[in-house]
Design a protein around this ligand. Structure first.
Ligand code: MLT
Ligand code: MN
Length: 310
């Protein structure tokens, strides 16, 4: 199974359009240690020909251009694409709006929880994806299914599960002081298995907390992509970017006693990779002490175009 990181950044990417903080400024100016990053999404294939996307970012047009695996097949009809299916992990702008670029009458399948699918179903702009060709499959958590595309099985089995998190920002209910109207299915994690080999990995780009059930599930995993939004809970406030903590945004930070570095320390996961990394995060600087700290703790920081084989 081949995995390509199409985008490693969080919402807004790096540089972010209206941000002149140090990471965005340096990325914009071509700093050798601060590479640009598009918004988070990965592509997975068991046969190197048909691909499943995990989330569809607003940068998808450029991501397809940058990854030749996603170019139309040379020997196919004039209209064709290796993208056979898209699985959504939440309804955030950075994860669903790329669907709007996948129009032009191409047939593929969308998979999402009932909560996320209802966001697509109640926003008429998603009708640009002709329902006759683009089939919407509402899937239940903890029920494995065989991913199909317009041309049949992709040889991949997916199991989704709830993770602690939050409803998409634009759907927040301010009157619910507890968690803004969030409910199960708003944020899910995904396990993708290559049916032929049994090899499998986890994709969890948004997660508020490593609770006991999630911890139990991930112990001993071969490969994990995990929420790398922030290094510290307060960094967006400290940099004057947004008056919100990671906690408020539904993202677990890396550092501190309650961070992911500490939480994953003894879970015996072979390969741990951060993704959905916000433009404020100092690990985005290749030579920063924070980058060294996460690498010393056994984590990799994903980058656009990264390839992992399992
Ligand atoms: C998030 O990951 O918290 C969201 O993408 C935030 C947003 O929509 O800007
Ligand atoms: Mn996001």
């Amino acid at each position: 199974m081949k995995i390509k990181v199409l985008g490693s950044g969080a919402g807004g990417g790096l540089p972010q359009w209206n941000c002149n903080a140090i990471n965005s400024r340096d990325a914009r100016q071509g700093h050798e240690f601060v590479k640009p990053r598009s918004q988070s999404s990965i592509a997975v294939s068991a046969n190197d020909k048909d691909w499943l996307l995990l989330n569809a970012s607003p940068d998808i047009r450029q991501q397809i251009f940058d990854n030749k695996e996603l170019h139309p097949h040379e020997d196919g009809p004039v209209r064709n694409s290796p993208i056979q299916a898209v699985m959504l992990t939440n309804a955030d702008v950075d994860h669903i709006t790329g669907l709007l670029c996948l129009r032009e009458g191409h047939a593929f399948n969308i998979y999402a929880s009932d909560r996320v699918m209802s966001t697509l179903n109640t926003n008429s702009i998603f009708s640009v994806l002709n329902k006759e060709k683009v089939h919407r499959h509402t899937i239940s958590q903890n029920e494995p299914f065989d991913v199909t595309g317009a041309e049949g099985s992709l040889g991949l089995k997916v199991t989704t599960f709830n993770v602690p998190g939050k409803i998409a920002l634009f759907l927040e209910d301010a009157s619910d002081s507890k968690n803004f109207g969030s409910s199960e299915g708003d944020t899910i994690g995904v396990n993708v298995e290559d049916i032929a080999t049994g090899k499998n990995f986890y994709y969890i780009p948004g997660c508020a907390e490593l609770d006991a059930p999630l911890k139990e599930r991930l112990i001993g995993a071969d490969l994990l992509f995990f929420d790398g939004t922030l290094f510290t809970n307060n960094e967006m406030l400290d940099q004057g970017l947004l008056p919100k903590t990671g906690e408020r945004m539904g993202h677990m930070n890396m550092s501190a006693d309650n961070g992911s570095l500490a939480a994953f320390k003894d879970l015996n996961i072979t390969q741990k990779i951060y993704i959905h990394i916000n433009n404020s995060n100092p690990v985005l600087r290749d030579n920063s002490p924070e980058r060294k700290q996460v690498e010393d703790a056994g984590w990799q920081v994903s980058y656009d175009g990264m390839e992992v084989n399992l």
